[in-house]
Design a protein around this ligand. Structure first.
Ligand code: FCB
Length: 510
């Protein structure tokens, strides 16, 4: 029996008692007939998306570009990490990855063929400024300029994420994100991009998943630069909030047509029990993991993420920082992958240490950290993907409607959603990844329901255009709607890609 089958059968036997504690109503029909958390076929068939909805796909420079030392590119923190023995599964590196640096025209042709309207890509800072500060490497700018031109010729909106985790190593050597000076270096970089590309790019997101790279890199040490110090995380996160504000102004100053939003990682959180303590811990999770970079932008202040007072001193907060951070975003972008169940861990010391999957797992055990004092679980009530993440389609409805309510109905873009399945080509050369189609169908049905209920969602980006280098998991996970044979860079659009192309062409799921 595989893990999914096991989970389904053990759910029927043991989880009826678990459901009410998550605050999720379940009818007896759901329990008996359906996979937990799944969406009825009639809802999927009835789902509609508005005219002009932006169907898209996403990627990140380090995960797809390769060409790690080509045309003057400097070393990044992820180059250094992947070149260090024992850091990435299988000893993989992204030196070549999907070679999108050279093959971008082929990849954009796939986007066009699949009726895509938006491509979310990121820029490599060390390709544009090899040392993070100082002179511009014109060849780096030229690459992104060609990429943007090719997208626009194909009728696809370029959505630029300025920073998706790869920092010039030279800046890491100067202390990395805990060094407050990085805020203005980063704003200079953002301004350079806006100056050279802002005549064509109008959609900018300064940071991908800022909580993840600051916490994993400086708080618990599973991402570069592998530091495990909660105070370093607090400082890094504060620099990033300052950087977000300064970059917003630099982009707007350089590019009149620019709109600036975000690409935050978010997860709807549910209290483990109905106790006041668990509900308060869940609110802290929401503040720390979902709002820690959104609230400073929208309101110039940190959300209440801590058990006690906000630790301004440890963060390196200075008088006036609230004004630097406050840059009400033009639209709010966030990813949805899965949900969390949260309980109070006040009194239990220590930092949680188990990382099931590098980009999503936040581990259990004791309190995750000393100041937020919560215990965070990745539930297994619904089926799991091959990265071990629970499939919980209604989570996107809950998250989108929550953010809509809390931020006065902003324009929303889903900047990522996707699933890992390892399906490869069959004997006829087709990639029949039916599970990925099922995954996106159900989540999209729930997204359509949120739109029907008033949420102003204008875009959805599937992660990812192509299978790629999945950070510390190397090439052991495949999220692409296009299969990549990493031996020869051959691409095969998977069944899910063909299906998603039809969705993009019809605004419906059947
Ligand atoms: C997200 C990251 C993206 C990729 C997917 C699977 O958290 O933004 O780079 O790793 O997960």
């Amino acid at each position: 029996m595989d893990r999914r089958t096991f989970l389904r059968s053990s759910f029927a036997a043991g989880s009826a008692a678990l459901l009410p504690s998550h605050g999720l109503a379940a009818s007896s029909a759901t329990l008996q007939d359906r996979v937990p958390g799944s969406i009825a076929e009639s809802e999927i068939e009835g789902a509609r998306f508005p005219d002009g909805f932006l169907w898209g796909m996403a990627s990140a420079a380090y995960q797809v570009e390769g060409a790690w030392n080509v045309d003057g590119k400097g070393e990044s923190n992820w180059d250094r990490f992947a070149h260090t023995v024992g850091k990435v599964k299988g000893g993989a590196t992204a030196d070549v990855a999907c070679d999108q640096y050279h093959l971008y025209k082929d990849d954009i042709a796939i986007l066009k063929r699949l009726n895509q309207k938006s491509y979310r890509f990121s820029t490599s800072w060390s390709r544009v400024q090899p040392n993070g500060t100082g002179p511009v490497n014109q060849k780096g700018i030229d690459h992104y300029s060609r990429l943007v031109d090719t997208l626009m010729e194909a009728g696809i909106r370029p959505f630029c994420t300025i920073y998706h985790w790869d920092l010039p190593q030279a800046l890491e050597d100067r202390g990395g994100w805990p060094n407050r000076d990085l805020a203005s270096y980063y704003a200079d970089f953002a301004g350079i991009l806006a100056k050279h590309l802002g005549d064509r790019i109008t959609t900018w997101a300064p940071f991908n998943m800022p909580w993840t790279f600051t916490y994993y890199g400086y708080g618990v040490g599973v991402f570069p630069p592998c530091k495990s110090d909660f105070n370093q995380f607090l400082k890094a996160a504060h620099t990033v909030n300052l950087a977000q504000g300064e970059a917003f102004r630099a982009i707007k100053a350089a590019a009149a047509k620019a709109t600036v939003g975000s690409a935050y990682g978010m997860a709807p959180a549910y209290p483990k029990t109905d106790s006041e303590a668990d509900r308060a811990a869940t609110a802290r999770y929401h503040a720390m993991n979902n709002l820690y970079f959104l609230n400073p932008a929208m309101h110039g202040e940190y959300p209440k993420a801590f058990v006690g007072a906000t630790p301004y001193e440890a963060m390196g907060f200075k008088a006036g920082d609230e004004k630097i951070m406050k840059v009400p975003l033009d639209w709010v972008g966030f990813h949805y992958y899965t949900r969390r169940v949260v309980s109070n861990a006040s009194g239990s010391a220590g930092v949680g240490g188990h990382f099931g999957t590098e980009t999503e797992g936040e581990g259990g055990g004791a309190a995750r950290d000393p100041l937020t004092q919560m215990h965070v679980e990745m539930p297994t009530e619904g089926p799991l993907t091959e990265a071990g993440l629970e499939i919980w389609p209604r989570g996107i409805y809950d998250l989108v409607t929550q953010i809509s309510r809390e931020f006065n109905h902003p324009i929303i873009e889903i900047s990522e959603n996707g699933c890992c399945y390892l399906d490869g080509p069959d004997a006829s050369g087709r990639v029949p990844d039916a599970r990925r189609i099922a995954f996106h169908r159900e989540i999209l049905a729930e997204l359509a329901r949120a739109i029907a209920d008033g949420a102003k969602v204008r875009a959805y980006h599937a992660w990812s255009l192509v299978d790629n280098f999945e950070w510390a998991d190397g090439f052991t996970q495949r999220y692409g709607l296009t299969y990549v044979d990493f031996r020869d860079q051959r691409r095969i659009v998977k069944d899910s890609g063909l299906w998603y192309g039809r969705v993009a062409g019809s605004n419906r799921l059947t």
